[in-house]
Design a protein around this ligand. Sequence first.
Ligand code: IMP
Ligand code: MG
Length: 172
Amino acid sequence: MQVLFTAEQLKKRVLELGKQISQDYATTNPVLVCLLKGSVVFLADLMRAIPVPHTVEFLRVSSYGSKTVSSGRVEITDFDADLTGRHVLVIEDIVDTGSTLGYIREYLLGQKPASLRVCALLDKPTARVSGVAIDYFGFTAPDVFVVGYGMDWDERFRHLPYVGIPESQDSA
Ligand code: IMP
Ligand code: MG
């Protein structure tokens, strides 16, 4: 495993994001909508870096296709939160092609939120096909498959406290 972002780097950056979000949403009681499963570690750290009032919801997103390539076909299951009139901040682990986020965005806008923004830990801009805006992001990532800090390779490596690039022997 090659380390791309250390636990210390992630911690520092997440604190900075929390500070910025707290300033921007100081009085508006936003709802953080966490996309499962990959964003759960990011959310857990980020919400503790946001001292202003906010709530959290979880949205289960499943992508079809191969294990390391985004297919752009996503499915949303069991989401029953009422977002009408709420200030929504979508929490995403990594934006690759942008297809997932584009789909989620349309779905959430259908619930008539007061505002809708996106906070992604990692942005992989070179793979982008959908022109979806990312309002807050932690780091720019190279166009390689990364794991850890919630992100998986076929459900493995989510527990790693850092973000890394798996090497061929890691799959054995
Ligand atoms: P997109 O629809 O192509 O932007 O893909 C976004 C989703 O694919 C993310 O929410 C991740 O769950 C997953 N994904 C994209 N790139 C990676 C990666 O490098 N590692 C792990 N998951 C990834
Ligand atoms: Mg994801």
